[in-house]
Ligand binder design. Structure first.
Ligand SMILES: Nc1ncnc2c1ncn2[C@@H]1O[C@H](COP(=O)(O)OP(=O)(O)OP(=O)(O)O)[C@@H](O)[C@H]1O
Ligand SMILES: [Mg+2]
Length: 189
């Protein structure tokens, strides 16, 4: 994770070699979430935003099928109890506890005017205690809270995708560091 202390942003670059791997990355990130996170997914059609979100939902313990909410702007998934483990400190036992986090899956592809976000009451979700994932987040760029994790996906080949994670704010930088530890175990497997 590269850190830029002035703007409090941290970045991480990962190459995914398959849709399975993209799902697994989502799963690893999902399993680290505590609630209240905002994840902004950007990248053109078919880059893997929904694929990543499917893994993320699994990581949150949600086993419903996650489809693209393109025609509805928002789909909500009830939280399922799942166990999160506090990262172990050397010489100390790991603590773990159960949480149920709802997932709010947005897809702004069909958003005509960013102002609609206000009319629909979406802002409440972004400052709430669930987990928000937003596909096509750049359609409403001026609305995002300063602190969030942006994931930019681009095509490298038919089956390869470049994922650039950009965390803004101390909480998201910490999250990204934990994710890196988890993700590299994934990437090499
Ligand atoms: N490394 C990869 N990661 C993710 N998806 C991949 C990868 N390689 C191939 N794919 C394929 O690319 C497609 C990604 O579709 P997906 O619906 O996740 O994209 P999306 O970004 O959500 O698109 P949209 O903008 O239409 O919502 C799937 O068909 C998937 O199998
Ligand atoms: Mg999609």
């Amino acid at each position: 994770v590269k850190k830029n202390s002035q703007e409090e942003t941290c970045t991480l670059d990962i190459i995914s070699h398959s849709s399975t791997q993209t799902q697994r990355l989502g799963n690893r990130l999902g399993s680290l979430l505590r609630g209240g996170e905002l994840l902004l997914l950007d990248g053109r059609l078919g880059m893997g935003k929904t694929t990543f979100t499917q893994g993320l939902a699994q990581g949150l313990g949600i086993h419903e099928v996650i489809s693209s909410p393109t025609f509805t702007l928002l789909k909500e998934y009830g939280g399922q109890p799942h166990t999160i483990a506090e990262p172990g400190q050397p010489g100390r036992q790991k603590a773990s506890w159960q949480v149920s986090l709802p997932l709010y899956h947005f897809d702004l592809y069909r958003l005509d005017d960013p102002e609609e976000m206000l009319d629909l009451g979406f802002e409440d979700y972004f400052y709430g205690s669930g987990v928000c994932v937003v596909e096509w987040a750049d359609k409403a760029d001026k609305f995002w809270p300063a602190e969030r994790l942006r994931i930019q996906m681009k095509m490298l080949s038919e089956t390869k995708r470049g994922l650039l994670f950009v965390a803004t704010g101390a909480h998201y930088c910490e999250l990204l560091k934990l994710f890196q530890k988890n993700a590299y175990a994934t990437v090499s497997s």
